[in-house]
Design a protein around this ligand. Structure first.
Ligand code: FNR
Length: 185
């Protein structure tokens, strides 16, 4: 079983991005399990808090989940043409020792996202690139999924209902799964 650790970068109840991640878990190819995780409960990074109390429980739980997985799937909203601060903040916390950077180094990662606008998180996805490079991750660039005009393809609860978008997501996941199963030398 290939395990993909999926994190949605939105805290909103009816989030399109959390809905996209739930749909990814539903549509995971045979032999692949996608975990649906959230950044809820992660406080704003504060070096004094870290020095005095160590890593918050929500951060340790995310670190443990990623450590146990074969790969990461970032499901990113876009705010002001970039990564939402809360999502970047969660990854910043996760990169802290003792587990920290070693968790990310060499781990495969793919990025998808959804927005109500016309460009479907193109710029937020691009904004992640220096972050995953700095963390030493192994990005999969073999497919792209930017879900635009999200109000037309998700229902009010944030469930991805549009068959064509579900098909694009399934194809994306099949490509990522093929990459993850490639023979390593
Ligand atoms: C947005 N939104 C947005 N959308 C987009 O496509 N490009 C952008 O630059 C922005 N900027 C932006 C800034 C701020 C502060 C907010 C709150 C929102 C809209 C955003 O895509 C929309 O709120 C989505 O619904 C967020 O994703 P979730 O929460 O549905 O997953």
């Amino acid at each position: 079983m290939t395990r993909i650790f999926g994190i949605s970068g939105s805290l909103r109840r009816a989030s399109f991005n959390t809905g996209l991640l739930r749909a990814a878990a539903d549509l995971a190819p045979e032999g692949v399990e996608i975990e649906v995780r959230s950044i809820a409960g992660v406080p704003i990074y504060d070096g004094d808090m870290e020095a005095e109390h160590g890593l918050p429980a929500a951060v340790v739980a995310l670190q443990e989940g990623l450590a146990a997985a074969d790969a990461l799937l970032l499901v990113t909203p876009e705010y002001n043409n970039g990564i939402p601060g809360a999502f970047k903040n969660a990854i910043d916390w996760m990169s802290r020792p003792p587990a920290g950077r070693d968790l990310f180094r060499g781990k495969p990662v793919a990025i998808i996202g959804a927005s109500p606008g016309n460009f479907g998180t193109t710029l937020a996805q691009t904004h992640w690139l220096p972050v995953i490079r700095t963390l030493g991750m192994e990005p999969w660039f073999g497919g792209r999924l930017m879900v635009s005009r999200a109000r037309d393809v998700f229902d009010e609860a944030g469930t991805l209902t549009d068959p064509a978008t579900r098909e694009r997501l399934a194809e994306f996941l099949q490509g990522y799964a093929r990459f993850l199963r490639r023979p390593l030398d």
